[in-house]
Design a protein around this ligand. Structure first.
Ligand SMILES: [Zn+2]
Length: 140
């Protein structure tokens, strides 16, 4: 067993959550590892010391006092913030659509100009596919 695992097992043991098989492995490790044995003793001493501390007296309305002194949640401000973020998101979507439309219109105009220019000249080049077909003769 590694010391890291032993440390985890020591913590489980002090919380009474260690399984018998794990406890056997831990006991074997503690017999051979001085540092983990010291750690186990320190943790056990600390737990005993904490258990011996007196339980503090709390006023019966402590929970109510704490809760009443917490800052109040401002629902209106949260709602305002949500609406503002929603408006910002909507605005960005609208602006994106507008910008995309403008870019598309500009692109369409430039292709129109190309078409006008091309219509003025006679195109000698064959259309797509006319010279890409292979002539196959089956007479052989
Ligand atoms: Zn160890």
């Amino acid at each position: 067993m590694r010391c890291k695992t032993a440390e985890h097992y020591i913590s489980l043991k002090l919380d009474h959550e260690l399984k018998p098989k794990q406890e056997t492995k831990l006991r074997q490790h503690l017999e051979s590892c001085i540092s983990c044995k010291a750690l186990h003793q320190d943790y056990a001493r600390m737990q005993t010391g904490l258990q011996q501390l007196p339980v503090p007296e709390c006023p019966p309305q402590l929970h109510h006092l704490v809760m009443s002194n917490l800052p109040k949640r401002n629902r209106n401000a949260e709602l305002r913030r949500f609406r503002l973020s929603l408006a910002a998101a909507s605005l960005s979507i609208v602006l994106s659509i507008g910008a995309g439309t403008l870019v598309g219109l500009k692109g369409y105009e430039s292709t129109d100009m190309l078409n006008d220019y091309a219509a003025e000249e006679v195109i000698d080049q064959p259309l797509f596919g006319e010279n890409s077909l292979m002539v196959v003769s089956y007479d052989d």
